[in-house]
Design a protein. Sequence first.
Length: 547
Amino acid sequence: MLRITELKLPLDHAEADLLTALATKLGIRAEQITKFVIFRRGYDSRKKADIQLVYTLDFEVPNAVAAYLLKKFKRDVNLLPTPDTSYKFVANADALDTDHLRPVVVGFGPCGIMAALILAQMGLRPIILERGKVGRERTLDTWALWRKSELNTESNVQFGEGGAGTFSDGKLWTQTKDPKHYGRKVLQEFVAAGAPEEILYVSKPHVGTFRLVKMVEHIRAAIIALGGEFRFQHKVVDVEFDDAGPVKKICAIVTENAEGLRETLRTDHVVLAIGHSARDTFKMLFDRGVHIEAKPFSIGFRIEHPQGLIDRARFGPSAGNEILGAADYKLVHHASNGRSVYSFCMCPGGTVVAATSEAGRVVTNGMSQYSRNERNANAGIVVGITPDDYPGHPLAGIAFQQQWESRAYELGGRNYYAPAQLVGDFVAGVASTALGGVEPSYKPGVTLTDLESALPDYAVAAIREAIPAFEKQIPGFFMADAVLTGVETRTSSPIRITRRDDDLQSLNVRGLFPAGEGAGYAGGIMSAGIDGIRVAEAVAQSIVGRK
């Protein structure tokens, strides 16, 4: 097959126009094209009065025609042979002894899901440990916080089947370099588990929370059918090492179930996919001598505007078009105090959600359903933080996050309500006392206040400067009635469980494979899933390669 990119058609084109445009671009007859499929569909909205769809197509023509086209377009980077994006397993467990120690995957978020699935597909029968509950039970616990201010610290937005990505917009794109097309494998497995097939070709695919819950259940069933084993409500509370040689080697992990019963599980390969909020696990690993470093992350607020305002600003007269859907945005501002402010995890037509996992703290995040038809758009407006802002201990970033999460709990009224302020009041430096035209979506509710003390002074100053600046890119962004809700602190992990580049194992513990967001090697569903595949391959090569 051949691939052509940058094929543009009007937003309202007829289905038959695609074949005609392809043939015209190639300079051949339409009947010479025996087959074509859409590999990618995006849009170009730089001219709002003339938004165009932009296609990447894979197509088949007779061999002689293909040779003619490759010669004709030999200097055109937009026409090339279709690359092989199929996934190829790096190992096969058929030759292994049946009594080999099974690999263990800790955490069943996006990274753990893909790591466990790949290991299972290679015949390695992983054991999966998840501190939280299965998806449907976890959903009920999460709703209890949102509806009744009742927090379950082991079953919430952060912990449970599907990980933090379950209660999110379900964004399935990433800017991570992916030369081996692992992202394609992730998308294909999601489609096989029930995701809409369009995620394979739309430029910014998403699935939404409700679909993610069902998809994860299907993937879990597939792993079990391949010999995998799940243990929910089993938190890893300790690790054991074989210290006989010059290098530490993992030889067992200790788990604790919901009843407080402990069990020692022998293993020599552990995928550590624990997510960015497993703070107690981070501390345990550090105390046991696993190499951990502080890393940058970001903190800020969630901002909400009417979705229609964002649609009109981005799409002009095409706002509301079904193909374009709800508009998103990506913004960045370099403030005069040296801080960078940027939009994070933008959720079109979504809601701001309570995302804490610790008592006495308030954390916000954004979420959308597949339809993206809620009244508000929301995004994190966050400021970059570096270890220089919390010097000392490698885990000091956790205490930094907790400080501001506790402050948000106080400002919100100590009942898991979130502190909120109108954008106009925030920039002016006055407390808000009444809502305007934007109804905040955060549940269980918000407490209007002054967010001046909700973040460090430098972060507040940078965001105050950035919001009016963003007005130049999104007309209406500096809307006085728009709402800021605090605080957004868990944009990424504040630590990195550093690993070797060659075999992806911990710097100082053999058999321990740090992975995904919690280890500091991903940021979002897709990059976490891709990292899960990479780590699963490293585990498989370690196991099979030594036999």
